[in-house]
Ligand binder design. Structure first.
Ligand SMILES: [Zn+2]
Length: 199
């Protein structure tokens, strides 16, 4: 769930083995990306592009292209204004959360590739999380409460996966529970959000 440099939160979060996606040896009917996507993934990709279009229009920034990621990562690349989406993530019920996070980077005009300052990169991630909430409310019509709670649940699940060793912490990011703490500080009105286990 990140822009460059390779701070893909979805790397951390998506542990499902890919059962649907296969790489096509030839250009396929699925499009010019050489991938075969399931019908659900194709439909979600269309919805993702529509969501991106509505978001960039609402924030009056240049459009971005949403494309399936052949590297199986969800990343915003400012250099060509593309959001590569891990097709496996499109099977997940929380696929909108990671896309909203990337659109957070887009609408905040983040240029991750221009800095190596870890503190600055982490701030970008935290700001993108908060902007994701704003986008889900403004563009998707979610309540703020629902958006914060779902993103909180996402962080809790990511934390579980890291602790169990099935995922690694993505570069550029604070541990999920720290990102969750920051999110809840920014939205103090939201009560009873999913919480990380206390040691
Ligand atoms: Zn990010």
């Amino acid at each position: 769930m990140a822009a460059r440099p390779r701070a893909a939160r979805d790397d951390v979060l998506s542990s499902r083995p890919f059962t649907v996606l296969v790489l096509a040896a030839t250009m396929s009917a699925a499009g010019c990306h050489g991938m075969i996507l399931s019908s659900v993934q194709r439909e979600r990709l269309r919805e993702a592009q529509a969501f991106a279009d509505r978001t960039t229009a609402a924030y009056q920034v240049a459009a971005v292209n949403v494309v399936p990621s052949i590297r199986l990562r969800t990343i915003y690349d400012p250099s060509d204004r593309s959001i590569s989406v891990d097709p496996r993530g499109l099977d997940d019920r929380d696929w909108l959360l990671s896309l909203a996070h990337e659109l957070g980077h887009v609408t905040l005009a983040h240029r991750h590739e221009r800095t190596r300052d870890v503190t600055e990169l982490r701030h970008m991630e935290l700001d993108a999380n908060a902007r994701a909430i704003e986008i889900l409310v403004r563009v998707r019509g979610w309540s703020e409460d629902d958006a914060v709670r779902r993103l909180a649940g996402y962080f809790v699940a990511a934390n579980d996966k890291i602790r169990s060793g099935t995922r690694r912490l993505a570069s550029g990011h604070l541990p999920p529970c720290h990102e969750l703490d920051d999110l809840l500080e920014r939205f103090p009105a939201v009560r009873d959000a999913p919480a990380c286990p206390r040691e």
